[in-house]
Design a protein around this ligand. Sequence first.
Ligand SMILES: [Zn+2]
Length: 263
Amino acid sequence: MNRRSFAQSMGSAAVLSALAKAPSWAPSSAEAVPGRIMAIAAHPGDGLFTMGAVLARHIERGGAGVLLSLSLGERGAPKTIPVQQYGELQRTATQKAAHLLGAEAILFTYPDAAIPFNDESALRVCDAIRDQKPDLVVTHWRGSWHKDHQNCHRIVRDAIFYAALDTLVRSQPAHAVSQLFYAENWEDSTDFLPDTFVNIEPVYEKWLQACDFYPMWRGQTGFFRYNDYYSSLAVMRGCLSGSKYAVALMSDANQRAQHLQSL
Ligand SMILES: [Zn+2]
């Protein structure tokens, strides 16, 4: 297989996957009515840098989007800014970024570096899911070195299970999430195998502007070059999926079924 046919096969796999699951943001399902997408991240930066472009693309196609961050990411503060003050900077940045993308922002304040995985946190996210009624959820992949990211993954999986349970009585009625995807994150790369590509070319510049509200994106809080990494990743994923810029997602194993129309 040469490089061109490899790239085309990657694109075909994404299209087949999209047809099988009919995600409302997929370029092959333009006739579909876009639904509601919910990004659930441990920290605001994860939400914008790894899930924000998918949110923006979905909204650009006429859908609705909400970003839930479980913490303010306050412990990523540089030494020159007190932790609490940095948390408020993160809150303001997230509100501005979400507004620019046309998304709603919900910020929980579990302590950064100590987001708990228990029934309280899972039921709180369950309640947010029942309130927002998303068709799609995007969150962290479990293969992360970061304990908050690992816990977010587990919290969201339990929350989706609880949200769909009719016999679990909460303030809102049960809601079943149709699709669950995991975002590509430099900190969650162990065993991450992307199988779904989203063309983000129409929203690429707007997404970069939204990320730029965060000092972390500009390299002002630590060593990692977030801007260079995620903007380049979009180019690389675009090369593999036949578009200028793309985001790669990993679908949950339980929904990874494809249907060939000719068989
Ligand atoms: Zn994080």
